[in-house]
Design a protein around this ligand. Structure first.
Ligand code: F6R
Length: 586
């Protein structure tokens, strides 16, 4: 869950690496480092903090040289310290590495290398790659052979780039992303095309079990047995170049604001794949749907819609839970995996487990080159462009848009998603932020907030709670309206705020009754509705639309509220503490 980058070319490496790291900071951001190859030796600078802060302090981008590697870290093994930041040099300092993933057998390897006199400075699993590679290179005196040996000894999931004192870069990919960028004046190795998109859109996507050597001979690719591998150079979509905040203060606000477009794009562009998916769903004996975090909340919406409108039963499974009940997947089933990144380790593991029961994998995914897309028999692309803000916003509504399209097909048009109408309704919500900003000020000091919704609005309440937790660090909980009197009512007093998701549909009057019960205990009520009520201390108006589609629009004001509350509290909405955009470790 870190980002790695390498550069080999004619340009000045350090500034290129720092810019690339800045763009990939969404993947992990507790510390950062860069190493370059100077005339004689490998130079390393690294420290704790975000890329720009560490760069301001240590001037990472002034390191000399035309070859280098860089890293942003999201700690897994070892605390967030300067020493644990990457790059990690080998004990002789003749090799330095950056790594993303987990080396499962690092303690055995480390113990063995320590016996042989290799020293370790950090608490990370990653440092073992540097010393193991150094050991093998010292024995074999050949970079290719030492990569074959090293990759055969490492267990776990990893992508790493190693820089040798000679100036050669070597990199390996095993179940973590590693993409080669081919520029006019140099090569890039990166976790994400965003690492080099400014410089080139010509890329090679490596397969698992392959490694790369970059030296004076150019680029060579091999499989882990050492046999040469040929790959097509492909062009990345131009829209990936659109990763600037533009006039927006934060990516999160930009991405929330893009939803009038992205909802339309997701619905329209997934049309053919959706038709095929519908056939799979109709003929499957059992349908499971999985995801993590926001993507799981989208799965809950799907369960509700398919049951209500198409009379089709679906079982949502939290991806990380499937590991503990692998028998849950019956034969001849389909598993629909939802993931923005397509790289969440929990989702990929769920897919793996389902495949063992011969389940067909369908996916709803944003990154079409991701591992999940590769594992799927059918891919429905979300087409919402890169989502940089760590909190999922536009990807959630893109997922819903596709789920609505599937519902429409499954129920033979009993509901019809008019993307343009929804887009207009979202634009109307986004047109004026004044009231939401005022409410965000009210929430600045609070400790707890609850969000209530019934039926399909309950998954939206859960998603709202997730957004508020991540962005504001306020304790937030989504509650199904009817459950209030079974416990949560005990929490209600004058210090509490409750958001009521209350569009004017069949849930309206029951939810309003719940709001009154809460208000009677002194809590303040924020109503999200197309209909005013005296029970609301604050009313956030949403446009009236066809009942079926409220979930697509009612989440928008809450995304905005969470965003402005983060701004009020001076937390960074784009990079919430302790989180990373794609959780590629278990
Ligand atoms: C919440 C959020 C996370 C992700 C989760 C799954 O705002 O961003 O909960 O939804 O980590 O990520 P993907 O969809 O990439 O599998």
């Amino acid at each position: 869950m870190c980002s790695i980058i390498g550069y080999y070319g004619d340009g000045s490496a350090a500034p290129i690496l720092v810019r690339g790291l800045k763009r990939m900071e969404y993947r992990g951001y507790d510390s950062v480092g860069v190493a370059t190859k100077d005339q004689q030796e490998i130079l390393v600078k690294k420290g704790v903090g975000k890329v720009s802060d560490v760069n301001n302090m240590l001037h990472l981008d002034t390191l000399p040289g035309h070859i280098g590697i860089g890293h942003t870290r999201w700690a897994t093994h070892g605390n967030v310290t300067d020493v644990n930041a990457h790059p990690h040099p080998s004990s002789s300092g003749k090799i330095a590495i950056v790594h993303n993933g987990i080396i499962e057998n690092y303690s055995e390897l480390k113990a063995d290398l320590e016996k042989r006199g290799y020293q370790f400075k950090s608490q990370t699993d990653s440092e073992v790659i540097a010393n193991l590679l150094q050991f093998n290179f010292d024995e074999l005196l050949d970079i290719k052979k030492s990569m074959i040996k090293t990759t055969s000894q490492l267990k776990g999931h990893y992508a790493f780039v190693a820089m040798f004192e000679s100036g050669t870069l070597a990199a390996a990919k095993y179940h973590e992303p590693l993409i080669i960028g081919i520029g006019k004046n140099g090569y890039f190795l990166s976790s994400d095309v965003l690492g080099f998109i400014e410089k080139t859109d010509d890329v090679i996507y490596l397969d698992n079990g392959e490694f790369v050597i970059l030296d004076r001979l150019g680029l060579q690719i091999f499989n882990f047995d050492g046999n040469p591998v040929k790959h097509q150079v492909t062009k990345v979509s131009k829209e990936f170049a659109d990763v600037y905040k533009g006039d927006y203060a934060h990516f999160t606000l930009k991405e929330i604001s893009e939803q009038p477009d992205t909802i339309v794009r997701a619905g329209e562009s997934s049309r053919d794949a959706v038709s095929n998916a519908t056939e799979f769903i109709r003929h499957a004996r059992n349908i499971y749907i999985t995801g993590s975090g926001t993507s799981y909340n989208a799965a809950l919406v799907a369960k509700y819609l398919w049951q209500k409108y198409a009379k089709i039963k679906t079982e949502p499974i939290i991806s990380s839970e499937l590991f503990f009940s692998p028998d849950a997947i019956e034969p001849n089933s389909i598993l629909i995996a939802i993931s923005q990144s397509g790289e969440s380790a929990d989702v990929l593991e769920a897919v793996n487990i389902a495949k063992k029961s011969n389940a067909k994998i369908l996916s709803i995914v944003n990154i079409l080159t991701s591992s999940l897309a590769q594992e799927s028999a059918l891919v429905m692309g979300m087409n919402c462009g890169p989502e940089i803000g760590v909190a999922a916003t536009k990807s959630f509504t893109a997922q819903l848009s596709i789920i609505y399209k599937i519902t429409e097909k499954l129920c033979d048009g009993c509901i019809k998603l008019d993307e343009r109408k929804i887009s207009d309704a979202v634009s109307r919500i986004l047109a004026d932020h004044t009231k939401i900003k005022e409410i965000a000020k009210e929430l600045r000091e609070i400790k707890d907030i609850y969000i209530l919704g019934r039926a399909v609005h309950y998954p939206i309440a859960s998603e709202s709670a997730l957004k508020l937790k991540e962005l504001t660090y306020i304790h937030a909980e989504g509650i199904p309206g009817g459950e209030l009197k079974h416990g949560p009512l005990a929490l209600m007093d004058s210090s509490v705020y409750v958001i009521i998701i209350n569009p004017n549909d069949h849930t309206y009057s029951d939810t309003l009754t719940s709001a009154r019960e809460i208000k009677a205990r002194g809590a303040k009520i924020i109503g999200i509705s197309d209909k005013p009520s005296d029970v609301y201390d604050f009313w956030i108006e949403i446009p009236a639309i066809d009942d079926a589609f409220y979930p697509l629009i009612e989440i928008i004001p809450i995304q905005l509220l969470a965003y402005y509350c983060a701004v009020e509290k001076n937390t960074d909405p784009d990079y919430p503490r302790n989180l990373a955009k794609s959780v590629t470790v278990k």
